[in-house]
Write a protein that binds this ligand. Structure first.
Ligand SMILES: [Cu+2]
Length: 184
């Protein structure tokens, strides 16, 4: 087997780095027939020992950097937002707007004080997989409930009354609008 061809095989088996990789150099003396298997074996050993350690170290460093950067950004970007939401006559109303809309920015800490003025209602919101928003707060008439949540997923999410005491409660809907952080 010609040396050039062996180099090529070794290069292919090690991801084209035979010329510079020490593995390539190790592989060269192997008989051609066993080169592929041997290189896979060596590649396997390398994959399981040396490279993952380097990758993990790199990842740990990268994650640390990202977390540091992210926490710095959050400190700047996050805000506390407060809304009074009233449920009455099968409608939601939200303070500061004539629409049943809560508008915030991703990262905001949102405090909602929810009041049911006629009969019991709930303020219910969840995203598709329930991984970020899963809220169901029921308010008895005249007894407001307050709760906080972090708007940690951007998008538009429906909030509604999930109580089944009165069929008309199905008409109670609003939207939670979470804008992406500024600059994105
Ligand atoms: Cu209701």
């Amino acid at each position: 087997m010609a040396t050039a061809e062996t180099v090529a095989r070794a290069a292919a088996a090690t991801g084209g780095r035979a010329g510079t990789d020490t593995l390539g150099a190790i592989l060269l003396p192997f008989p051609a027939r066993t080169t592929d298997r041997a290189s896979h074996l060596l590649e396997g050993v390398v994959s399981m020992s040396i490279r993952p350690v380097a990758r993990v170290r790199f990842l740990v460093a990268a994650v640390a950097i990202v977390l540091t950067a992210a926490s710095g950004v959050l400190v700047v970007a996050q805000a506390k937002r407060e809304f009074d939401v009233v449920g009455r006559n099968y409608r939601f109303s939200v303070s500061g707007t004539d629409r049943p809309e809560i508008r915030v920015t991703e990262g905001d800490l949102v405090r909602i004080t929810f009041t049911a003025e006629d009969i019991a209602h709930s303020f219910t919101v969840e995203d598709k997989d329930g991984s970020h928003y899963r809220i169901m707060r029921r308010a008895e008439p005249g007894r407001p409930v307050s709760f906080d949540f972090r708007a940690d997923r951007a998008g538009s999410f429906r909030f509604y009354c999930s109580l089944t005491i009165d069929d008309k409660c199905r008409d109670m809907q609003g939207s939670l609008q979470v804008a992406p952080p500024k600059g994105q």
